[in-house]
Design a protein around this ligand. Sequence first.
Ligand code: NDP
Ligand code: ISN
Length: 282
Amino acid sequence: MAAIFRPIPWAFRGSLCLPLSARRFSKTVDENRSLAGKVAVITGSTRGIGFAIARRLAQDGAHVVISSRKQENVDEAVTILKEEGLSVTGTMCHVGKAEDRQHLVTTALKHSGGIDFLVCVAGVNPLVGSTLGASEQIWDKILDVNVKSPALLLSKVLPYMENRRGGSVVLVSSGVAYVPVPKLGVYNTSKTALLGLCKSLAMELAPKGIRVNCLVPGIIKTDFSLREKTMPNMLPDMNKIFGVQRLGEPEECAGLVSFLCSSDASYITGENIMVAGFSSKL
Ligand SMILES: NC(=O)C1=CN([C@@H]2O[C@H](COP(=O)(O)OP(=O)(O)OC[C@H]3O[C@@H](n4cnc5c(N)ncnc54)[C@H](OP(=O)(O)O)[C@@H]3O)[C@@H](O)[C@H]2O)C=CC1
Ligand SMILES: O=C1Nc2ccccc2C1=O
């Protein structure tokens, strides 16, 4: 009896779904680097974790579109990476503003002709204090920037990822999503919500060949975590509980994002992966 071929509904389409053996055969000479020929849009990428990710994706062969709220920060970051011989452009984008999100997508398409990867790094925490004491304005700001903006930006990027017949999205959550830190209740909540967003989007977009995963940093040495008004210093506690001896470096988050964008991660979606110097999962 002839075997009946049943298409698997959740199977990925496009080049991102090819098994490793098939992809090896289709590699051309100038595709040595894992992300060669791809275009990455990264929010919040003028310093800290976002900047390290921008540098790494560009080193791995992608053209990278840098962005943040301040054009002067964008110009400075673009200049630094261009001087390193990397392929980057940039534009101002406050992720909480609809017109800025549209402008970022338009600029990326103008310079690069398509979008393969979206990395949503921009995040804020304007409150260290009681969760129930937080004003509606604070709730709106944290949820708008940290949770809603990645989904709204991705909705604008989606048609172009579909044109490329696949893509990879990386959201940036936080260790506080798993284990809440005192006085960061609204921020903790926003970062846990991102894990849910990641899983829902991964499921919705799998049929289109688009993977969605979460980077989950522990405490990383950046302006954000070192500003006492934004984040309490938790290293002594972490050391006591988990034996963590030091803060992480932004570069230690970047390799994971490059991997998640690459075809080596072609069968990984809906995951959240910690970069924290300790493990909080089974
Ligand atoms: N550092 C840490 O320990 C941890 C950080 N995280 C998360 O990692 C992400 C990056 O943090 P980190 O690198 O430490 O932060 P930094 O403060 O070092 O960098 C933040 C970047 O985002 C930009 N930015 C800030 N607000 C917005 C906005 N509304 N729209 C667009 N860009 C914006 C900033 O540039 P500009 O000022 O020009 O807008 C800057 O480029 C955040 O989502 C944070 O929650 C998670 C766990 C731990
Ligand atoms: O984003 C974070 N900043 C922090 C500061 C202290 C403890 C945990 C965190 C985070 O996860």
